[in-house]
Structures are given as structure tokens and as C-alpha cells.
Design a protein around this ligand. Structure first.
Ligand SMILES: [Mg+2]
Length: 231
């Protein structure tokens, strides 16, 4: 089974998040506690902080969304209703802007049908929506979300659950992701072929690194011909 991460791997989360955070900023300019120039980076930092708590199973999906809004607005006492309403402004803008990377679909259609899966920490409905709008959803037969497992990557449990659902041992599975700590190191630790998609050439580790998904089918053919050939 060949598993993919979604954000930063198949779907361009970063571009959509920057644009949506600025839309949020302009809507709530007088309420936000940070200057516009640094807001996208601060938004992402605060997002990651609270999202990681969600991935650890510490707080719910909506609690981490409210925590983000309360922190960027500097209003710890904000009601759930108000936080949810403000979050919706970001979420609508974000979901309208998430697109697949141009190399995603050409790569996916070269890989064996019925042997592709997803391992993602993102919210189930949002992630399924991203794949559906990108025309990619139909290609994946196993989809594993952190909220269903109770913990997210890099925990071993979510990778093992994905392998279990695929009916395969980790050693016969591949995982492709853009994050060394969350995708590559833990999957390799379980014996999977962990491939680092290093789009920015920013955090290379020595082996199994690709710069674009266009390199993936050939790499799998050379590394594990059985995986690609076994259709
Ligand atoms: Mg990622």
C-alpha cells in the first residue's frame, strides 16, 4: 500500500492558509492583536500550536479552532459562538482556496489502482473535501484520520492502523510526506519505506528524498518494483 500525507504533499495548504488568514485579518482588523505584515506567519504558528494539541488527543477539533481564534484576537474570554463565527470566516476562505499541487494528479494516475491510501492529521470532513474538489478522492481506498485513531502523526499508532486497514505489514507499505518529523522518521521506524517529499529542499535527510511527486513512480519502480507492478 502506498500512503500519502495530504497537506504540503498532495494539497497546497500553505498558500491557501496565507491568503485565508489575510482575509480573516481584513475582516477583523480592529480585533486582531498583531500587525498585518506578520499575521500569516503568526496565524500559522498559533494554528500549529493548538492543532498539535488536537493531534495528541488533548482537545477536540472545535476546541483547537476556538483556541486559535481567542489567541489571535487576544480575547481568552470569547464565547464559543463568537469564536466559531469568526473561525467560519477563515475556514470558508481556506477551503475555497485549497488546491492540489500540479504534480499530484499526474503522479497518482501512474500508481497502481486500489493500492493507494491517506494518513493525515487533518480534520476528516475538511480533508475529504480537499481531495474531492481536487478530483483525487476516488483514487484512495484507505483513509486514516487522526481524529478517528485518537492520536496523529508522528505516533506509531496511526501508521499501524493504516497498515491494519490495508491488510498489510508495515514493511510492504510506503508513506510519502513533506514533514521529516511527522511523516518520514516515524514511518521508517516502523519498517515502512518513508519517502520525504522535500518541495522546498529545506530539510533533507540522506535517502529516499524527492523534490516533486513526478519523481515518485520511477522511484517506487526502482526501489520496490513489486509495489508498482502489483496492480
Ligand atoms: Mg504535510
Amino acid at each position: 500500500m502506498i500512503f500519502f500525507d495530504i497537506d504540503g504533499t498532495l494539497i497546497d495548504h500553505q498558500s491557501a492558509s496565507v491568503e485565508a488568514s489575510l482575509i480573516f485579518y481584513h475582516r477583523f482588523r480592529d480585533l486582531v492583536a498583531f500587525p498585518e505584515a506578520t499575521f500569516p506567519a503568526i496565524w500559522e504558528e498559533i494554528l500549529n500550536k493548538h492543532f498539535n494539541r488536537f493531534c495528541q488527543g488533548e482537545i477536540s477539533l472545535w476546541e483547537q479552532r476556538r483556541a486559535r481564534i481567542r489567541e489571535v484576537c487576544g480575547q481568552e474570554e470569547m464565547s464559543e459562538e463568537e469564536a466559531d463565527a469568526r473561525y467560519e470566516v477563515f475556514m470558508r476562505a481556506y477551503e475555497a482556496r485549497t488546491q492540489a499541487f500540479v504534480d499530484a494528479s499526474p503522479c497518482i494516475i501512474k500508481l497502481p489502482p486500489g493500492r493507494l491510501g491517506i494518513i493525515t492529521n487533518g480534520a476528516r470532513e475538511q480533508q475529504i473535501g480537499k481531495l474531492r474538489r481536487a478530483g483525487l478522492l476516488e483514487h484512495f481506498t484507505v483513509l486514516v484520520f487522526s481524529e478517528d485513531v485518537g492520536v496523529g502523526k508522528p505516533a506509531a499508532r496511526i501508521f499501524l492502523e493504516a497498515c491494519r486497514q490495508a491488510g498489510e505489514e508495515p514493511a510492504s507499505c510506503v508513506h510519502i510526506g513533506d514533514n521529516v518529523q511527522a511523516d518520514v522518521i516515524p514511518s521508517r521506524g516502523l519498517g515502512m519505506l518513508g519517502i520525504h517529499l522535500d518541495r522546498g529542499a529545506s530539510q533533507s535527510i540522506p535517502s529516499s528524498v524527492i523534490r516533486t511527486l513526478a519523481e515518485l513512480p520511477e522511484m517506487l519502480n526502482s526501489r520496490q518494483g513489486c509495489i508498482v507492478a502489483a496492480t
